[in-house]
Write a protein that binds this ligand. Structure first.
Ligand SMILES: O=C(O)c1cc(=O)[nH]c(=O)n1[C@@H]1O[C@H](COP(=O)(O)O)[C@@H](O)[C@H]1O
Length: 237
């Protein structure tokens, strides 16, 4: 995966996803296939987009008992995705089982997909977390705790907001990946996201990958929006 904006293909079907990709006839992209598109189209959507030459982050956020996650990852490993994810709240044993499944399902000569853990969703606020999840500390402490747990389980990184990325790198490891959604340009609608940041802030906070959905997919000119974000990212340092 390259650390260019990962485009979240949050679409109802293959047709719509391909329409979006038509804006980028000569560019190799990193795209995210999430629940909506995967549930509509099944595994073939991953192989189809990989065959077009793009990198794929398969975002299904697995969260179940270790045995179920292990078996599911064994199936997903063969699809050729470059990155997959789980919820850290599933626990250390579940994350270890995810890796075990991925190792088992990755054929000889193929690269195991990177496996990262969602910490606290970027749509969650600190007060919501404290009230609804009954976590007493701060949101950044919870994200750091999940980051350390994911590191202990030998995962490759976490999904967090830009606001926690630097702390994770400093305290868990500079080579531990931080994948940050909740990216908005200054004038963009926030929508359901709560912990947002601009591409430039993301770069300054040492985020490894930014994930961008609606700011690109709902733009009148998605290619122009993509390049505005890429430019802001590149000029941030
Ligand atoms: O795992 C994710 O990708 C994810 C985790 C998270 O905490 N927040 C989050 O927004 N995402 C995903 O990132 C994308 C963000 O989309 P936009 O808000 O449209 O940019 C969506 O596809 C979400 O499913």
């Amino acid at each position: 995966m390259n650390n260019i904006p990962v485009i979240a293909l949050d679409f109802a079907g293959k047709e719509e996803a391909l329409q979006l990709l038509k804006w980028f006839p000569d560019e190799k992209l990193a795209v995210k296939i999430g629940m909506e598109l995967y549930y509509a189209e099944g595994p073939s959507i991953v192989t189809a987009i990989k065959a077009m030459g793009h990198d794929v982050f398969l975002d299904l956020k697995l969260h179940d008992i270790p045995n179920t996650v292990k078996k599911a990852m064994e199936r997903l490993a063969g699809l050729g995705a470059d990155m997959v994810n789980v919820h850290a709240a599933g626990g250390q044993a579940m994350m270890e089982a995810a890796l075990e499944g991925l190792d088992k399902g990755t054929s000889l000569g193929q690269k195991r997909p990177l496996c990262i853990a969602v910490t606290q969703l970027t749509s969650t606020t600190e007060s919501q977390m404290q009230k609804e999840q009954m976590i007493q500390g701060s949101l950044s402490e919870s994200v750091l705790h999940y980051g350390k747990l994911a590191k202990t389980a030998k995962l490759d990184g976490v999904v967090c907001s830009v606001h926690e990325a630097y702390d994770i790198h400093k305290r868990v490891g500079m080579d531990f990946l931080t994948v940050t959604p909740g990216i908005r340009l200054a004038d963009d609608e926030k929508g359901d996201q709560k912990r947002i940041a601009t591409p430039s802030e993301a770069r300054k906070q040492t985020s490894d990958f930014i994930v961008v959905g609606r700011s690109i997919t709902e733009a009148a000119d998605p290619r122009a929006a993509y390049h505005t974000i890429l430019r802001e990212w590149e000029r941030a340092l």
